[in-house]
Design a binder for this molecule. Sequence first.
Ligand code: DX5
Ligand code: ZN
Length: 219
Amino acid sequence: MPEVLIAPSILSSNFSCLAEEIKAIDKAGADWIHLDVMDGHFVPNLTFGPPIIKSIRDYSKKPFDAHLMVTNPDDLLEEYVNAGVNIITVHKEVTPHLDKTLNRIRELGCKAGVSINPATSISGLEFLLDKLDLILVMTVNPGFGGQKFIESSLCKIKLVKELVNDKPIKIQVDGGINEVIAPRVIDAGANVIVAGSAIFNGDCVESYSNNIKALRCNI
Ligand code: DX5
Ligand code: ZN
């Protein structure tokens, strides 16, 4: 069985004590910290950007995994890197020069990812495989936590798995993942699980740790 990583999304954390939440989720066994950056344009919601990411960087040594749900990701790449992000994922739908953007992310010393919405095809990604460290298959329409997993995502995850084959590219899934869905997406080929509401539930390290264990237990 391949290694599966758990990346809790802090979108579902308590923002009024973000530093404490980062410490707690680190201690609870997160592999990566997933940062949902939303701009109010590409997605309806707004969250945070480089200054807030920088302010929490010192509270965990785990990789910071930035999911940029923004229409103009190219404009701030350097700022995200300076804020301490390790992985930058941009959306295929809004990145016209994807090849160039991925090159730039790697030049800046980060791992490079591309994300595709539920209605977006994987077409074109076959030309970018040598520039990608991660493909993020959105399993809900991005913008909000706590939504229902979209079943047709399973078919897309399998297509991505065929495309990636044995290349060192992570297959990440994001949205509506809980302990029931997790084994199904992993079976389809996913190896990085993002989860927000299923993990930040219970308000303390012990509950977060149990929630992470529950996600791992059927794997
Ligand atoms: C959705 C975000 C997700 C979201 C996942 O736009 O990209 O990371 O927070 O939340 P849950 O696990 O609650 O669906
Ligand atoms: Zn996300």
